[in-house]
Design a protein around this ligand. Structure first.
Ligand SMILES: Cc1cc2nc3c(=O)[nH]c(=O)nc-3n(C[C@H](O)[C@H](O)[C@H](O)COP(=O)(O)OP(=O)(O)OC[C@H]3O[C@@H](n4cnc5c(N)ncnc54)[C@H](O)[C@@H]3O)c2cc1C
Ligand SMILES: *[C@@H]1O[C@H](CO)[C@@H](O)[C@H](O)[C@H]1NC(C)=O
Ligand SMILES: *[C@@H]1O[C@H](CO)[C@@H](O)[C@H](O)[C@H]1NC(C)=O
Ligand SMILES: *[C@@H]1O[C@H](CO)[C@@H](O)[C@H](O)[C@H]1NC(C)=O
Ligand SMILES: *[C@@H]1O[C@H](CO)[C@@H](O)[C@H](O)[C@H]1NC(C)=O
Ligand SMILES: *[C@@H]1O[C@H](CO)[C@@H](O)[C@H](O)[C@H]1NC(C)=O
Ligand SMILES: *[C@@H]1O[C@H](CO)[C@@H](O)[C@H](O)[C@H]1NC(C)=O
Ligand SMILES: *[C@@H]1O[C@H](CO)[C@@H](O)[C@H](O)[C@H]1NC(C)=O
Length: 532
């Protein structure tokens, strides 16, 4: 009796082992067969299916990898990449991934901070890359547009400006960011004090669900439509396109950048900025970058440079008196200011000033060989001058070269919207978002560990200065240090650790929507919304 139990379980164990040994190859074959059955007689479909046997697999995989952290040999690679040409190709990919136990990733612009649109630590997996979903239809008369999910915000801005000099859209700064991830995760940019985030300006969407059915706002219902405007698209389905409300922009806007080092009173200015930036006129957004530089006046000693990078929706003659009244300490003068069109300001903030506008259409203009780790916080109370001095000390002593600390002001429209209107909860009472960005180029694990360790340590050091209970974070600056799902078996309580940071009181409703639209948890990743 006993012996037979043992031998039985041994044989189960052996067969389990051999299953897992052969699984990958089988799943792979079966998955490909399934795809061809789902879309029969389609030559075009096979031309957009890439496996490691296709010579173009590596270049398609890497085309939008923004971060060398996720292009290392140990990074898990997809068994298959599909670049669908039509909706039926996405339907087939969902159906077959479900049938054959493949994990599923959707990629739009590929800017995810943790690479979750093209890396899954739960293998095997398939990537559906929406690079061919690039249509943009602008309706100037109604100030609206339909934008397919594979579009980048640079392409969108360019097409809007092509049609109208007085319309724009409120979204992020880097032109190669994709609307699929960016809009579904929020979308902060230089007009967010005037018009809120991208998600606040979405009026309809087309979404494919876990059964391959396509919904618009009406047929998906207000719960799902709510969830995809800040809760991240990846937990709920595949967003095919957005219907957005364009916003008015003046024919002339004014930009300025003013730099001040510690020797030029940067500490006082940064301190003062905290009581100005979220209260000043909504037409003005002053972003604050902090960098470590070699002082030019102090024998090359290290100092901090505060860079006040700003957009004013109006002309310089209105801006100067406004600054004189609200932030005279900065000492802004006419010579610091440049008047230009809104679309030229997009180039200015992206660091492409002087290039033709067409650089906005280049989807790989920002792809460079760098390692990057980002983290985020929100400040609710101003940091005291003493606190700032402690931060500078830590920053100046950092054993890393290219760290940048960015403060993005709230207030205005972004803070006037209620906390529960969308899943993005950082509204009234938020002073600014803090963004930690560490870049390095040195290869190898010792550089890797040194940089990752330092940014984590600096983040711990910042705890007393930022929001607490929860210590909030911005979904679009995704950070797996905050916690990860355990291969699809994560309890609501476990996921709450990071869920409350990103979504605050909206986390529970997101989990309810998730349970309703994807009870089998097919659309999952390391930080997807759990089923209740
Ligand atoms: C250089 C750089 C600059 C940035 N600047 C800003 C900024 O100014 N303001 C700001 O708010 N954020 C900014 N971000 C963050 C950016 O908003 C997020 O990384 C965003 O999620 C990127 O969207 P994506 O489509 O490019 O990324 P992807 O990596 O393609 O997708 C991100 C996530 O969304 C999911 N997803 C993508 N498309 C779909 C879809 N169609 N349906 C369902 N799920 C989908 C992916 O699976 C993944 O989970 C920046 C990021 C980088 C790297
Ligand atoms: C990849 O290879 C397969 C098998 O040779 C072929 O059918 C398919 O069209 C190739 N895919 C691409 C994108 O060329
Ligand atoms: C961008 O990438 C595409 C595809 O990988 C490539 O064909 C193109 O030449 C690249 N463009 C630039 C400007 O590098
Ligand atoms: C503007 O919207 C209305 C109502 O949705 C629609 O009937 C009209 O055709 C739209 N205008 C244009 C130019 O498409
Ligand atoms: C401000 O500093 C940044 C980075 O050090 C530099 O690129 C920029 O040219 C400076 N701008 C002005 C107006 O001094
Ligand atoms: C710094 O501030 C002091 C007084 O607050 C002022 O006298 C001085 O001119 C300022 N320095 C610079 C470089 O602006
Ligand atoms: C600052 O000086 C250090 C050493 O003196 C040097 O290694 C570093 O490259 C300098 N940084 C910049 C931005 O010039
Ligand atoms: C999932 O987690 C629960 C609670 O942590 C545990 O009881 C269960 O066995 C786990 N299931 C699997 C399949 O790992």
């Amino acid at each position: 009796m006993k012996t037979s139990t043992v031998s039985l379980s041994l044989s189960i164990l052996i067969s389990l082992l051999s299953i897992s040994w052969a699984t990958s190859a089988h799943i792979h074959e079966n998955f490909l067969q399934c795809l061809s059955h789902q879309v029969p007689n389609s030559n075009s479909f096979s031309k957009v299916i890439y496996t490691p046997h296709n010579s173009s697999y590596a270049s398609v995989l890497q085309s939008y990898i923004q971060n060398l952290r996720f292009a290392r040999p140990i990074t898990p690679k997809p068994l298959v990449i599909v670049t669908p040409l039509e909706e039926a190709h996405i339907q087939a990919s969902i159906y077959c991934a479900k049938e054959h136990g493949m994990n599923f990733r959707v990629r739009s612009g590929g800017h995810d901070y943790e690479g979750l649109s093209y890396v899954s630590y739960d293998v095997p997996f398939v990537i559906v890359d929406l690079v061919n979903f690039q249509s943009i239809t602008i309706d100037v008369e109604n100030s609206t547009a339909w934008v397919q999910a594979g579009v980048t915000i640079g392409q969108l801005y360019y097409r809007i400006a092509e049609k109208s000099k007085t319309l724009g859209f409120s979204a992020g700064v880097c032109p190669t960011v994709g609307v699929g991830g960016h809009f579904s995760g929020g979308g902060y940019g230089m007009m967010s004090r005037k018009y809120g985030i991208a998600a606040d300006n979405i009026i309809d969407a087309r979404v494919m669900d876990v059964n391959g059915r396509i919904h618009d706002r009406k047929s998906m219902g207000e719960d799902l439509f709510w969830a995809i405007r800040g809760g991240g698209g990846a937990s709920f389905g595949v967003i095919l396109s957005w219907h957005i409300k364009l916003v008015p922009v003046p024919q002339i806007v004014t930009v300025f950048t003013v730099n001040r080092t510690l020797e030029q009173n940067a500490t006082k200015l940064v301190h003062r900025w905290q009581s100005v930036a979220n209260k000043v006129d909504d037409n003005l957004l002053i972003r604050l970058f902090l960098r470590r530089v070699n002082s030019t006046t102090q024998d090359g000693r290290r100092t901090i440079e505060a860079s006040f990078v700003s957009l004013f929706l109006g002309g310089v003659d209105t801006l100067l008196p406004l600054m004189q009244e609200s932030f005279p300490e900065l000492g802004l003068v006419r010579e610091d200011c440049i008047e230009m069109s809104w679309i030229e300001s997009i180039l200015y903030f992206a660091g492409f000033q002087g290039n033709p506008l067409e650089v906005l259409l280049d989807r790989n203009s920002s792809v460079t060989d760098i390692y990057f780790k980002g983290k985020s916080d929100y400040a609710v109370d101003p940091i005291s001058e003493d606190g700032l001095n402690q931060i500078w000390k830590e920053f100046i002593a950092a054993p890393v070269e290219t760290f940048e600390f960015l403060f993005s002001p709230f207030g205005g429209r972004i803070s006037a919207i209620s906390e529960t209107e969308t899943p993005f909860p950082h509204r009234s009472g938020t002073l600014c978002n803090l963004h930690y960005s560490l870049v390095w180029v040195e290869k190898g694990s010792s550089a890797f560990n040194r940089h990752m360790t330092w940014i984590r340590r600096f983040y711990s050091f910042m705890a007393p200065f930022v929001s607490m209970s929860p210590r909030s974070a911005y979904l679009n600056y995704r950070d797996l240090d905050l916690g990860v799902n355990n291969k699809g078996n994560t309890s609501y309580a476990q996921a709450s650790v990071w869920g409350l940071k990103y979504f605050g009181i909206n986390f529970e409703r997101l989990a309810r929507v998730k349970t309703m639209v994807d009870p089998g948890n097919f659309f999952k990743n390391e930080q997807s919304i759990p089923v209740l």
